[in-house]
Design a protein around this ligand. Structure first.
Ligand code: AMP
Length: 192
């Protein structure tokens, strides 16, 4: 049973690594970005609301995001644990997640942060923009998303560091190399 978070700046490869960790540990990976994108594609009311923020690189409001996460965590496939990718991103979301977990008498085992230098991330994201045509992958929006990460999500990381459950992994390198580092770091953190 593993309950964990993966946190990293945009372009750090957290989605890719989350899928690999999920396969290896047999826990479901839940990406708030993916859920939003699926809703945008399906033109659901949630998607229409979220798109306004996503296209500008802004966070979708906590009220919308928190409810979506609560609903997702109430599904039966999280009984064996979960890996949340891209949530929480604000300290208010940390408090909300604390509340959900407290109600279920559960706690997080590991919070993994992937680290990478901003200029490397911009380079990667501009490359990804060409390949995928993601509407939030142009340079101004990319820089804004990085700024938000520094302004808001680093405070989230600091909170988990204070709690002693943060593990940091260098996200620069080949995908397999980073996966090896990540899996080792998770095992080491769980063994504590
Ligand atoms: P991601 O794929 O994780 O980079 O997320 C893509 C976009 O979805 C972000 O830039 C936000 O607009 C939105 N998003 C994803 N997760 C969250 C969250 N926890 N809080 C607010 N907005 C989010």
């Amino acid at each position: 049973m593993t309950r964990m978070l993966i946190i990293g700046p945009p372009g750090s490869g957290k989605g890719t690594q989350a899928e690999r960790i999920s396969e290896r540990l047999g826990v479901v990976a839940i990406s708030t970005g993916d859920i939003f994108r699926a809703n945008v594609k399906g033109e659901t009311p949630l998607g229409i609301e979220a798109k306004k923020y996503m296209d500008n690189g802004d966070f979708v409001p906590d009220s919308v995001t928190n409810k979506m996460v609560r609903d997702r965590l109430s599904e039966s496939d999280v009984e064996n644990g979960f890996l949340l990718d891209g949530y929480p991103r604000t300290t208010a979301q940390v408090e909300y997640l604390d509340q959900i977990l407290a109600e279920r008498e559960e706690k997080l085992d590991v919070v993994l942060q992937l680290t990478a230098d901003d200029e490397e991330l911009v380079k990667r994201l501009l490359g990804r923009a060409k390949e995928t045509g993601r509407s939030d992958d142009n340079e101004a929006v990319i820089r804004h998303r990085l700024d938000l990460y520094h302004e808001q999500t680093e405070a989230v990381v600091a909170k988990y560091a204070e709690r002693g459950i943060l593990t940091q992994v260098d996200g620069i390198g080949g995908i397999d190399e980073v996966t090896d580092r990540v899996l080792l770091a998770i095992e080491a953190a769980k063994a504590v």
